[in-house]
Design a protein around this ligand. Structure first.
Ligand code: PXP
Length: 250
């Protein structure tokens, strides 16, 4: 494992997930709205990277979106993907700056749980190595759980993306407890030399507390920003999220 700087990065990186722009387009199987255009608008609003999930069932982002999104975005691309050989092949030739490995179940509404990294070491190891060989930074989308974090470190991943879905859906004492679990997980991951990202279910109200965890260097946010963009436009929706990050001291 490579040595990393001991100090967490102060400024948090905002990845804007534009999948649901493609969801609207796929509702009519046409050309509008255009995810590449949305990516450009997100960057003009302050997105530091564009995140896209090429799902096995191609329910939103299509293979034909990959190049236009990269071209129009002009910022790093974070490709979320399952451990599917056909998608791995696409990733190896597309060569995004980052890949986030996620579990995928065909009938889920969205990525519902974290990757069971500890139980899938044999399948994960060669994929992580192949992606890293191409210069792609690899993160594993996992629950904020010690076993999964230790597995990610042992597998040589560059980063973990801590699943914030449980935190986002909880309230009161339960949410506080989950936040603590995320904070402790972020600290452990950092200690083990992993970069720490977070995502899923983050919105304009619940993101600030996540950003106050200084070990977290990156958040990936999709649904809430795309939903807000329907009212105020993508540029402003992203700008507003950046304000949330800044107000949290990042
Ligand atoms: N991070 C990962 C790994 C995801 O799978 C998703 C959902 O595609 C997100 C972040 C974004 O989640 P949301 O759309 O709830 O903001």
């Amino acid at each position: 494992m490579t040595a990393r700087a001991a100090q967490p990065r102060r400024q948090i990186f905002l990845g804007v997930n534009i999948d649901h722009v493609a969801t609207v387009r796929q509702a009519r199987l046409g050309f509008n709205p255009d995810p590449a255009e949305a990516a450009r608008e997100a960057v003009l609003g302050g997105a530091d990277q564009i995140t896209i999930h090429l799902r096995e069932d191609r329910r939103h982002i299509q293979d034909s979106d990959l190049e236009p999104v990269r071209r129009k975005a002009g910022v790093p691309i974070n490709l979320e993907m399952a451990l599917n050989p056909a998608i791995v092949k696409i990733a190896l030739s597309y060569k995004p700056e980052k890949v986030c490995l996620v579990p995928e179940r065909r009938r889920e509404l969205t990525t519902e749980g974290g990757l069971h990294a500890a139980a899938q070491k044999k399948r994960l190891r060669p994929v992580i190595a192949a992606l890293r060989d191409k210069g792609i930074s690899v993160s594993l989308f996992i629950a904020p759980d010690e076993i999964q974090i230790r597995a990610a470190a042992a597998l040589g991943a560059d980063a973990v993306e801590l699943h914030t879905g449980t935190y986002a859906e909880a309230s009161g004492a339960k949410q506080k407890k989950e936040l603590l679990r995320i904070r402790n997980s972020a600290r452990l991951a950092r200690k083990l030399g992993l970069m720490v990202h977070a995502g899923h279910g983050l919105d304009y109200r619940n993101t600030a507390a996540i950003c106050r965890i200084l070990e977290i260097e990156e958040v990936n946010i999709g649904h809430s920003i795309v939903a807000r963009a329907l009212s105020v436009g993508m540029r402003r929706a992203v700008r507003e999220m950046k304000q949330v990050l800044r107000a949290a001291g990042r």
